[in-house]
Design a protein around this ligand. Structure first.
Ligand code: ATP
Ligand code: MG
Length: 275
């Protein structure tokens, strides 16, 4: 692990962006259904500016759906999401905060090089000159220790490198809020530890609010200021990692038990036994 972490340069990100404060995210009484399928039920959460807030839960519990509502990619069926008081779905207010989403599967354009993937958003927005964009992109690649991959295509990268490219692309957006969907999925423990380190360092050095959706207990308990546990579309609890370890809720105890695979369908049956 030390070798992998040693390769990751502790960045000084302050020079990379203009001063912007971390975003405040408020979710109030949010429900989401697709037709008759009710996925999320009455979720209320206030994410404090600058914190790392993790949403943990088993597969199919509604984590990615919740993240899509926060990112403004979908409209909640009931309830509201606001970022700095603004509706993320509203195209007229969206540009007033900077949000970056690191997708579960990376979502890189396969026909574009890593450099082109990163430069796409600032080029489209035309807010910076080409030399400034080059500087931003190369700096982000350098921070993630993947500058040698600038001219590679996504297909030529390992899983861990793809994740780092996806995070570098988020950095180029100079975000006040970064949303990560399963940043460590399909990675080995060493690369997962590197990604955890990166997320923590970005939070410390880059004035940013971080929301991480994951079923990775280790990641969640290591990096989070607070953890929300979501189960079958309902919020079970919100607590700092240390407080979670003292819970008397048997479902949460199961969540924290490394002997239990929370991704396994059996987990649902176990909860049925508790109630
Ligand atoms: N666009 C959609 N239309 C209909 N149902 C959907 C849609 N998106 C998600 N769902 C359903 O919502 C539920 C929650 O899905 P979601 O992707 O949020 O799970 P998840 O907690 O992110 O799981 P994983 O850990 O496997 O990524 C699933 O039953 C899924 O089938
Ligand atoms: Mg998901």
């Amino acid at each position: 692990m030390t070798a992998a972490l040693a390769k990751f340069k502790k960045p000084d990100l302050r020079s990379m962006r203009e001063d912007r404060s971390p975003a405040k995210v408020e979710i109030v009484a949010l429900s989401k259904s697709y037709g008759r399928q009710h996925v999320l039920h009455d979720i209320s959460v206030a994410v404090v500016p600058g914190e790392i807030f993790t949403i943990m839960g088993p597969s199919g519990s509604g984590k990615s759906v919740l993240l899509r509502q926060i990112a403004g990619l979908e409209t909640p069926t009931r309830g509201t999401v606001t970022i700095n008081g603004l509706n993320p779905c509203d195209p007229t207010t969206r540009d007033r905060f900077a949000l970056a989403l690191v997708f579960q599967a990376g979502a890189l354009f396969n026909s574009l090089t890593v450099y082109e993937n990163l430069a796409l958003y600032p080029l489209e927005r035309r807010i910076y000159s080409k030399p400034k964009i080059r500087e931003l992109v190369m700096r982000a690649l350098q921070i993630l220790s993947i500058e040698n991959a600038a001219h590679k295509l996504p297909a030529e990268l390992s899983g861990g490198m793809k994740k780092r490219v996806a995070i570098a692309r988020a950095l180029v957006m100079e975000p006040q809020l970064i949303l990560y969907d399963e940043p460590t999925s399909e990675l080995d423990p060493i690369m997962s530890a590197t990604i955890a380190e990166i997320i923590g360092t970005l939070k410390e050095q880059f004035s940013v609010t971080t929301i991480v959706v994951t079923h990775d207990r280790e990641l969640s308990l290591t990096i989070s200021d607070r953890v929300a546990i979501i189960h079958e579309g309902r919020l079970r609890t919100i607590a700092p990692p240390a407080a979670l370890r003292h819970t008397t809720d048997p479902v949460i105890q199961d969540f924290l038990n490394p002997q239990i695979d929370i991704q396994h369908p059996r987990f649902r049956k176990m909860e049925a036994n508790h109630e």
